[in-house]
Design a protein around this ligand. Structure first.
Ligand code: ADP
Ligand code: MG
Length: 436
Protein backbone atom coordinates (compact mmCIF):
# COMPACT_ATOMS: atom_id res chain seq x y z
CA UNK A 1 0.00 0.00 0.00
CA UNK A 2 2.83 2.39 0.89
CA UNK A 3 4.52 1.38 -2.34
CA UNK A 4 1.39 2.07 -4.36
CA UNK A 5 0.82 5.43 -2.68
CA UNK A 6 4.43 6.41 -3.28
CA UNK A 7 4.19 5.43 -6.94
CA UNK A 8 0.93 7.31 -7.37
CA UNK A 9 2.59 10.44 -6.04
CA UNK A 10 4.88 10.31 -9.06
CA UNK A 11 8.42 9.34 -9.92
CA UNK A 12 11.24 10.24 -7.58
CA UNK A 13 12.50 13.67 -8.55
CA UNK A 14 16.18 14.57 -8.63
CA UNK A 15 17.65 16.08 -5.46
CA UNK A 16 18.87 13.94 -2.57
CA UNK A 17 16.38 15.32 0.02
CA UNK A 18 13.58 14.51 -2.42
CA UNK A 19 14.99 11.04 -3.01
CA UNK A 20 15.17 10.52 0.76
CA UNK A 21 11.52 11.62 1.07
CA UNK A 22 10.53 9.28 -1.74
CA UNK A 23 12.36 6.15 -0.56
CA UNK A 24 11.50 6.67 3.11
CA UNK A 25 7.85 6.13 2.20
CA UNK A 26 8.63 2.46 1.55
CA UNK A 27 8.99 0.02 4.43
CA UNK A 28 12.20 -2.02 4.51
CA UNK A 29 11.66 -5.70 3.66
CA UNK A 30 12.99 -7.95 6.46
CA UNK A 31 14.64 -11.15 5.23
CA UNK A 32 14.69 -14.43 7.10
CA UNK A 33 17.86 -16.41 7.61
CA UNK A 34 16.32 -19.03 5.32
CA UNK A 35 15.83 -16.43 2.59
CA UNK A 36 19.44 -15.31 2.96
CA UNK A 37 20.49 -18.94 2.55
CA UNK A 38 18.22 -19.69 -0.42
CA UNK A 39 19.43 -16.51 -2.05
CA UNK A 40 23.06 -17.48 -1.66
CA UNK A 41 23.02 -21.22 -2.34
CA UNK A 42 22.79 -23.12 -5.68
CA UNK A 43 21.01 -20.45 -7.63
CA UNK A 44 23.07 -17.54 -6.30
CA UNK A 45 22.31 -14.97 -8.94
CA UNK A 46 24.15 -11.66 -9.07
CA UNK A 47 21.44 -10.15 -11.28
CA UNK A 48 18.62 -10.94 -8.80
CA UNK A 49 20.71 -9.63 -5.92
CA UNK A 50 21.49 -6.46 -7.92
CA UNK A 51 17.80 -5.84 -8.63
CA UNK A 52 16.81 -6.41 -5.00
CA UNK A 53 19.59 -4.28 -3.51
CA UNK A 54 19.21 -1.27 -5.78
CA UNK A 55 15.68 -0.90 -4.40
CA UNK A 56 16.18 -2.16 -0.83
CA UNK A 57 19.39 -0.29 0.03
CA UNK A 58 17.93 3.15 -0.81
CA UNK A 59 14.84 2.25 1.25
CA UNK A 60 16.89 1.25 4.32
CA UNK A 61 19.23 4.23 3.94
CA UNK A 62 16.41 6.74 3.44
CA UNK A 63 14.37 5.41 6.37
CA UNK A 64 17.23 6.01 8.79
CA UNK A 65 18.34 9.27 7.13
CA UNK A 66 14.91 10.65 7.95
CA UNK A 67 15.51 9.86 11.61
CA UNK A 68 18.98 11.43 11.56
CA UNK A 69 17.35 14.66 10.38
CA UNK A 70 15.10 14.65 13.48
CA UNK A 71 18.04 14.82 15.90
CA UNK A 72 18.51 18.04 17.89
CA UNK A 73 20.02 20.79 15.69
CA UNK A 74 23.11 21.17 17.84
CA UNK A 75 23.85 17.46 17.58
CA UNK A 76 23.29 17.51 13.82
CA UNK A 77 25.73 20.38 13.50
CA UNK A 78 28.66 18.56 15.16
CA UNK A 79 31.44 17.78 12.64
CA UNK A 80 31.18 14.04 13.36
CA UNK A 81 27.45 13.76 12.69
CA UNK A 82 27.90 15.92 9.57
CA UNK A 83 30.55 13.46 8.39
CA UNK A 84 28.30 10.45 9.01
CA UNK A 85 25.46 12.20 7.19
CA UNK A 86 27.71 12.93 4.22
CA UNK A 87 28.63 9.22 3.98
CA UNK A 88 24.94 8.29 3.88
CA UNK A 89 24.19 10.89 1.22
CA UNK A 90 27.12 9.77 -0.93
CA UNK A 91 26.25 6.08 -0.63
CA UNK A 92 22.60 6.71 -1.46
CA UNK A 93 23.64 8.73 -4.50
CA UNK A 94 25.99 5.99 -5.69
CA UNK A 95 23.28 3.32 -5.51
CA UNK A 96 20.72 5.53 -7.20
CA UNK A 97 23.12 5.88 -10.13
CA UNK A 98 22.15 2.28 -10.96
CA UNK A 99 18.41 2.96 -10.85
CA UNK A 100 17.90 3.00 -14.61
CA UNK A 101 20.50 0.42 -15.60
CA UNK A 102 19.24 -2.63 -17.43
CA UNK A 103 19.40 -5.90 -15.51
CA UNK A 104 20.93 -7.40 -18.67
CA UNK A 105 23.87 -4.98 -18.55
CA UNK A 106 26.58 -7.24 -17.13
CA UNK A 107 29.07 -4.36 -16.99
CA UNK A 108 26.69 -2.38 -14.76
CA UNK A 109 26.09 -5.41 -12.52
CA UNK A 110 29.83 -5.82 -12.14
CA UNK A 111 30.31 -2.12 -11.30
CA UNK A 112 27.46 -2.39 -8.82
CA UNK A 113 29.35 -5.08 -6.88
CA UNK A 114 32.42 -2.79 -6.75
CA UNK A 115 30.19 0.04 -5.49
CA UNK A 116 28.76 -2.20 -2.78
CA UNK A 117 32.29 -2.98 -1.56
CA UNK A 118 33.23 0.73 -1.66
CA UNK A 119 30.13 1.66 0.38
CA UNK A 120 30.84 -1.05 2.95
CA UNK A 121 34.36 0.28 3.44
CA UNK A 122 33.19 3.90 3.59
CA UNK A 123 30.87 3.05 6.48
CA UNK A 124 33.49 1.12 8.51
CA UNK A 125 33.85 3.86 11.14
CA UNK A 126 30.23 4.90 11.51
CA UNK A 127 29.93 3.68 15.13
CA UNK A 128 32.93 5.53 16.65
CA UNK A 129 32.24 8.63 14.53
CA UNK A 130 28.61 8.85 15.62
CA UNK A 131 29.70 8.19 19.21
CA UNK A 132 32.19 11.04 18.91
CA UNK A 133 29.37 13.33 17.73
CA UNK A 134 27.33 12.50 20.83
CA UNK A 135 30.36 13.18 23.07
CA UNK A 136 31.00 16.55 21.35
CA UNK A 137 27.33 17.47 21.82
CA UNK A 138 27.31 16.39 25.47
CA UNK A 139 30.46 18.37 26.23
CA UNK A 140 29.23 21.56 24.56
CA UNK A 141 25.57 21.59 25.53
CA UNK A 142 25.08 19.07 28.34
CA UNK A 143 22.25 16.61 28.02
CA UNK A 144 18.81 16.70 29.65
CA UNK A 145 16.83 13.50 30.39
CA UNK A 146 14.46 13.98 27.41
CA UNK A 147 17.31 14.46 24.91
CA UNK A 148 19.20 11.58 26.46
CA UNK A 149 16.16 9.32 26.00
CA UNK A 150 15.77 10.48 22.38
CA UNK A 151 19.44 9.92 21.62
CA UNK A 152 19.28 6.42 23.14
CA UNK A 153 16.15 5.63 21.08
CA UNK A 154 17.84 6.97 17.95
CA UNK A 155 21.17 5.18 18.44
CA UNK A 156 19.46 1.82 18.98
CA UNK A 157 17.61 2.23 15.71
CA UNK A 158 20.51 3.78 13.84
CA UNK A 159 22.98 1.03 14.79
CA UNK A 160 20.38 -1.68 14.11
CA UNK A 161 19.80 -0.19 10.68
CA UNK A 162 23.56 -0.19 10.13
CA UNK A 163 23.87 -3.86 11.13
CA UNK A 164 21.13 -4.73 8.62
CA UNK A 165 22.58 -2.64 5.78
CA UNK A 166 26.01 -4.16 6.42
CA UNK A 167 24.51 -7.64 6.34
CA UNK A 168 23.10 -6.96 2.85
CA UNK A 169 26.36 -5.38 1.63
CA UNK A 170 28.42 -8.23 3.06
CA UNK A 171 26.24 -10.95 1.56
CA UNK A 172 26.46 -9.39 -1.90
CA UNK A 173 30.19 -8.66 -1.79
CA UNK A 174 31.11 -12.06 -0.32
CA UNK A 175 28.91 -13.99 -2.75
CA UNK A 176 29.76 -12.04 -5.90
CA UNK A 177 32.96 -10.19 -5.06
CA UNK A 178 34.99 -12.93 -6.73
CA UNK A 179 36.82 -14.31 -3.69
CA UNK A 180 35.80 -17.58 -2.05
CA UNK A 181 36.68 -17.71 1.62
CA UNK A 182 39.18 -20.65 1.75
CA UNK A 183 38.86 -20.98 5.55
CA UNK A 184 35.08 -21.43 5.40
CA UNK A 185 34.06 -22.88 2.03
CA UNK A 186 30.66 -23.96 3.39
CA UNK A 187 29.65 -20.47 4.51
CA UNK A 188 26.96 -18.70 2.53
CA UNK A 189 28.42 -15.22 2.57
CA UNK A 190 28.74 -14.39 6.24
CA UNK A 191 26.27 -17.11 7.32
CA UNK A 192 27.35 -20.50 8.59
CA UNK A 193 24.53 -22.99 7.90
CA UNK A 194 25.89 -25.18 10.70
CA UNK A 195 27.45 -22.69 13.08
CA UNK A 196 29.18 -24.56 15.90
CA UNK A 197 28.18 -22.44 18.87
CA UNK A 198 30.64 -23.95 21.34
CA UNK A 199 33.58 -23.33 18.99
CA UNK A 200 32.64 -19.65 18.67
CA UNK A 201 32.30 -19.35 22.47
CA UNK A 202 35.80 -20.84 22.93
CA UNK A 203 37.22 -18.35 20.40
CA UNK A 204 35.53 -15.47 22.24
CA UNK A 205 36.97 -16.67 25.54
CA UNK A 206 40.51 -16.99 24.18
CA UNK A 207 40.49 -13.45 22.73
CA UNK A 208 39.07 -11.90 25.91
CA UNK A 209 41.55 -13.91 28.01
CA UNK A 210 44.49 -12.51 25.99
CA UNK A 211 43.31 -8.96 26.73
CA UNK A 212 42.63 -9.73 30.38
CA UNK A 213 46.13 -11.24 30.82
CA UNK A 214 47.58 -8.11 29.25
CA UNK A 215 45.74 -5.75 31.63
CA UNK A 216 45.67 -7.78 34.85
CA UNK A 217 48.53 -10.31 34.39
CA UNK A 218 46.01 -13.06 35.07
CA UNK A 219 42.52 -14.15 34.04
CA UNK A 220 39.67 -16.34 35.30
CA UNK A 221 39.23 -19.89 34.01
CA UNK A 222 36.12 -20.86 32.11
CA UNK A 223 33.86 -23.87 32.64
CA UNK A 224 31.52 -24.91 29.86
CA UNK A 225 28.39 -27.01 30.21
CA UNK A 226 26.36 -27.94 27.16
CA UNK A 227 22.97 -29.54 26.79
CA UNK A 228 21.52 -30.36 23.43
CA UNK A 229 17.91 -31.00 24.43
CA UNK A 230 16.78 -31.02 20.81
CA UNK A 231 19.13 -33.74 19.51
CA UNK A 232 20.90 -35.25 22.55
CA UNK A 233 24.54 -36.13 21.97
CA UNK A 234 24.80 -34.06 18.78
CA UNK A 235 26.97 -30.90 18.50
CA UNK A 236 25.11 -27.67 19.09
CA UNK A 237 24.54 -26.08 15.70
CA UNK A 238 22.35 -23.30 14.37
CA UNK A 239 22.13 -21.33 11.15
CA UNK A 240 23.75 -18.09 12.22
CA UNK A 241 26.30 -15.39 11.47
CA UNK A 242 29.35 -16.53 13.49
CA UNK A 243 30.84 -13.01 13.58
CA UNK A 244 27.69 -11.71 15.31
CA UNK A 245 27.77 -14.47 17.94
CA UNK A 246 31.51 -13.94 18.41
CA UNK A 247 30.97 -10.21 18.95
CA UNK A 248 28.39 -10.89 21.69
CA UNK A 249 30.33 -13.53 23.61
CA UNK A 250 33.61 -11.60 23.32
CA UNK A 251 31.97 -8.51 24.87
CA UNK A 252 30.31 -10.55 27.63
CA UNK A 253 33.58 -12.34 28.44
CA UNK A 254 35.45 -9.03 28.65
CA UNK A 255 32.85 -7.66 31.06
CA UNK A 256 32.76 -10.84 33.16
CA UNK A 257 36.56 -10.97 33.34
CA UNK A 258 36.95 -7.31 34.30
CA UNK A 259 34.31 -7.65 37.04
CA UNK A 260 35.90 -10.89 38.33
CA UNK A 261 39.41 -9.43 38.41
CA UNK A 262 38.40 -6.16 40.10
CA UNK A 263 36.02 -7.69 42.64
CA UNK A 264 38.47 -10.36 43.75
CA UNK A 265 41.63 -8.26 43.53
CA UNK A 266 42.28 -8.41 47.31
CA UNK A 267 42.11 -12.20 47.55
CA UNK A 268 43.94 -12.83 44.26
CA UNK A 269 41.69 -15.88 43.78
CA UNK A 270 39.60 -15.51 40.67
CA UNK A 271 36.44 -17.65 40.50
CA UNK A 272 35.89 -19.20 37.05
CA UNK A 273 33.29 -17.99 34.58
CA UNK A 274 30.58 -20.59 33.98
CA UNK A 275 28.96 -20.84 30.56
CA UNK A 276 25.84 -22.95 29.96
CA UNK A 277 24.75 -23.55 26.38
CA UNK A 278 21.37 -25.13 25.76
CA UNK A 279 19.63 -25.94 22.51
CA UNK A 280 15.87 -26.35 22.77
CA UNK A 281 13.14 -26.53 20.15
CA UNK A 282 12.76 -22.76 19.91
CA UNK A 283 15.77 -21.17 21.55
CA UNK A 284 19.47 -21.55 21.69
CA UNK A 285 20.49 -20.02 25.01
CA UNK A 286 23.95 -19.05 26.23
CA UNK A 287 24.18 -18.11 29.90
CA UNK A 288 27.43 -16.64 31.19
CA UNK A 289 27.74 -16.43 34.97
CA UNK A 290 30.52 -14.61 36.77
CA UNK A 291 31.30 -13.91 40.40
CA UNK A 292 32.39 -10.35 39.87
CA UNK A 293 30.23 -8.75 42.55
CA UNK A 294 27.26 -7.93 40.32
CA UNK A 295 25.46 -4.64 39.79
CA UNK A 296 22.61 -3.16 41.87
CA UNK A 297 19.21 -3.68 40.22
CA UNK A 298 18.71 0.10 40.02
CA UNK A 299 21.60 0.34 37.57
CA UNK A 300 20.83 -2.61 35.26
CA UNK A 301 18.92 -0.58 32.62
CA UNK A 302 21.64 2.08 32.65
CA UNK A 303 24.22 -0.49 31.56
CA UNK A 304 22.56 -0.61 28.15
CA UNK A 305 22.92 3.14 27.71
CA UNK A 306 25.42 4.19 25.08
CA UNK A 307 28.27 5.99 26.84
CA UNK A 308 27.65 4.39 30.25
CA UNK A 309 30.81 2.79 31.50
CA UNK A 310 32.47 2.47 34.88
CA UNK A 311 35.87 1.99 33.23
CA UNK A 312 38.16 4.94 32.45
CA UNK A 313 37.77 6.08 28.84
CA UNK A 314 40.61 4.61 26.72
CA UNK A 315 42.71 6.95 24.54
CA UNK A 316 41.96 5.85 21.00
CA UNK A 317 44.46 8.18 19.34
CA UNK A 318 47.49 7.05 21.30
CA UNK A 319 47.10 3.33 20.87
CA UNK A 320 45.43 1.09 18.36
CA UNK A 321 45.30 -1.81 20.81
CA UNK A 322 41.81 -3.06 21.71
CA UNK A 323 40.87 -1.85 25.19
CA UNK A 324 39.24 -4.23 27.65
CA UNK A 325 36.48 -1.75 28.51
CA UNK A 326 35.62 1.92 28.62
CA UNK A 327 33.52 2.95 25.63
CA UNK A 328 30.25 1.71 27.11
CA UNK A 329 29.18 0.27 23.74
CA UNK A 330 29.77 -3.41 24.54
CA UNK A 331 26.36 -4.27 25.98
CA UNK A 332 24.04 -2.09 23.87
CA UNK A 333 25.60 -3.15 20.54
CA UNK A 334 25.71 -6.82 21.59
CA UNK A 335 22.02 -6.65 22.47
CA UNK A 336 21.31 -5.24 18.99
CA UNK A 337 23.17 -8.16 17.38
CA UNK A 338 21.04 -10.57 19.43
CA UNK A 339 17.81 -8.73 18.60
CA UNK A 340 18.66 -8.40 14.90
CA UNK A 341 17.53 -11.98 14.24
CA UNK A 342 14.70 -11.87 16.85
CA UNK A 343 16.79 -12.99 19.81
CA UNK A 344 17.71 -10.96 22.88
CA UNK A 345 20.40 -10.29 25.47
CA UNK A 346 19.56 -9.80 29.14
CA UNK A 347 21.46 -9.22 32.33
CA UNK A 348 20.43 -10.59 35.73
CA UNK A 349 22.51 -9.59 38.70
CA UNK A 350 22.89 -10.57 42.32
CA UNK A 351 24.53 -7.55 43.89
CA UNK A 352 27.48 -8.53 46.03
CA UNK A 353 27.86 -11.88 44.25
CA UNK A 354 27.89 -11.82 40.46
CA UNK A 355 26.07 -11.44 37.16
CA UNK A 356 24.33 -13.76 34.71
CA UNK A 357 24.31 -12.52 31.12
CA UNK A 358 21.98 -14.46 28.83
CA UNK A 359 21.96 -14.50 25.03
CA UNK A 360 18.84 -15.87 23.32
CA UNK A 361 19.05 -16.94 19.69
CA UNK A 362 16.27 -18.45 17.56
CA UNK A 363 16.99 -22.13 16.99
CA UNK A 364 15.00 -22.28 13.73
CA UNK A 365 16.23 -20.46 10.65
CA UNK A 366 12.63 -19.77 9.59
CA UNK A 367 12.13 -17.73 12.76
CA UNK A 368 15.40 -15.81 12.51
CA UNK A 369 13.99 -12.83 10.65
CA UNK A 370 15.62 -9.40 10.48
CA UNK A 371 14.27 -6.89 13.00
CA UNK A 372 14.34 -3.54 11.23
CA UNK A 373 13.43 0.00 12.25
CA UNK A 374 10.91 1.77 10.03
CA UNK A 375 10.42 5.51 9.79
CA UNK A 376 6.73 6.26 10.30
CA UNK A 377 4.43 8.40 12.41
CA UNK A 378 5.08 6.34 15.55
CA UNK A 379 8.85 6.84 15.17
CA UNK A 380 8.40 10.54 14.38
CA UNK A 381 6.28 10.98 17.53
CA UNK A 382 9.15 9.64 19.64
CA UNK A 383 11.31 12.58 18.65
CA UNK A 384 8.62 15.25 18.59
CA UNK A 385 6.21 14.41 21.41
CA UNK A 386 6.63 16.30 24.64
CA UNK A 387 7.56 13.86 27.33
CA UNK A 388 4.91 14.27 29.97
CA UNK A 389 5.39 13.78 33.68
CA UNK A 390 5.60 10.16 34.81
CA UNK A 391 2.30 8.57 35.84
CA UNK A 392 3.96 6.95 38.86
CA UNK A 393 4.90 8.90 41.95
CA UNK A 394 8.56 9.81 42.19
CA UNK A 395 9.81 8.30 45.44
CA UNK A 396 11.37 10.88 47.69
CA UNK A 397 14.34 9.97 49.85
CA UNK A 398 13.06 12.28 52.62
CA UNK A 399 9.71 11.16 54.06
CA UNK A 400 7.18 13.96 54.33
CA UNK A 401 7.31 15.56 57.80
CA UNK A 402 3.65 15.30 58.71
CA UNK A 403 4.10 17.17 62.04
CA UNK A 404 5.28 20.34 60.28
CA UNK A 405 2.64 19.84 57.63
CA UNK A 406 -0.07 19.62 60.32
CA UNK A 407 1.43 22.53 62.27
CA UNK A 408 1.37 24.80 59.19
CA UNK A 409 -2.07 23.64 58.13
CA UNK A 410 -3.35 24.46 61.66
CA UNK A 411 -1.86 27.97 61.44
CA UNK A 412 -3.38 28.39 58.01
CA UNK A 413 -6.85 27.41 59.29
CA UNK A 414 -6.55 29.81 62.23
CA UNK A 415 -5.67 32.69 59.93
CA UNK A 416 -8.65 31.97 57.66
CA UNK A 417 -10.93 31.83 60.69
CA UNK A 418 -9.55 35.13 61.97
CA UNK A 419 -10.07 36.89 58.60
CA UNK A 420 -13.58 35.50 58.24
CA UNK A 421 -14.54 36.81 61.68
CA UNK A 422 -13.10 40.24 60.95
CA UNK A 423 -14.95 40.36 57.60
CA UNK A 424 -18.27 39.44 59.26
CA UNK A 425 -17.85 42.16 61.92
CA UNK A 426 -17.00 44.75 59.24
CA UNK A 427 -20.00 43.69 57.08
CA UNK A 428 -22.35 43.80 60.07
CA UNK A 429 -21.26 47.32 61.02
CA UNK A 430 -21.58 48.50 57.38
CA UNK A 431 -25.12 47.05 57.15
CA UNK A 432 -26.10 48.68 60.45
CA UNK A 433 -24.73 51.98 59.15
CA UNK A 434 -26.75 51.80 55.86
CA UNK A 435 -29.98 50.70 57.53
CA UNK A 436 -29.93 53.62 59.90
P1 ADP B 1 32.35 -1.09 28.93
O1 ADP B 1 32.74 -2.50 29.17
O2 ADP B 1 33.10 -0.45 27.82
O3 ADP B 1 32.34 -0.26 30.19
P2 ADP B 1 29.77 -2.26 28.49
O4 ADP B 1 28.56 -1.80 27.76
O5 ADP B 1 30.34 -3.56 28.07
O6 ADP B 1 30.83 -1.09 28.40
O7 ADP B 1 29.42 -2.34 30.05
C1 ADP B 1 28.91 -1.19 30.71
C2 ADP B 1 29.14 -1.29 32.19
O8 ADP B 1 28.34 -2.33 32.74
C3 ADP B 1 30.56 -1.64 32.60
O9 ADP B 1 31.38 -0.51 32.68
C4 ADP B 1 30.33 -2.25 34.00
O10 ADP B 1 30.25 -1.23 34.97
C5 ADP B 1 28.95 -2.88 33.89
N1 ADP B 1 29.00 -4.35 33.68
C6 ADP B 1 28.84 -5.00 32.52
N2 ADP B 1 28.94 -6.33 32.69
C7 ADP B 1 29.18 -6.54 34.00
C8 ADP B 1 29.40 -7.72 34.82
N3 ADP B 1 29.39 -8.93 34.30
N4 ADP B 1 29.60 -7.52 36.14
C9 ADP B 1 29.60 -6.27 36.68
N5 ADP B 1 29.41 -5.14 35.96
C10 ADP B 1 29.21 -5.26 34.65
MG1 MG C 1 32.40 -4.11 27.98
Amino acid sequence: MRLLRALLRGAAPGSIPQQVDFYSRFSPSPLSMKQFLDFGSENACEKTSFMFLRQELPVRLANIMKEISLLPDNLLRTPSVQLVQSWYVQSLQEILDFKDKSSEDSGAIHRFTDTVIKIRNRHNDVIPTMAQGVIEYKESFGIDPVTSQNVQYFLDRFYMSRISIRMLLNQHSLLFGGKINPAHPKHIGSIDPSCNVVEVIRDGYESAKRLCDLYYMSSPEFILEELNAKSPGQPMQVVYVPSHLYHMVFELFKNAMRATMEHNADRCIYPPIHVHVTLGNEDLTVKMSDRGGGVPMRKIDRLFNYMYSTAPRPHVETSRATPLAGFGYGLPISRLYAQYFQGDLKLYSLEGYGTDAVIYIKALSTESIERLPVYNKAAWKHYKANHEADDWCVPSSEPKDMTTFRKYSLWFRRWIFFFLNISIIVLKSLLAHWLK
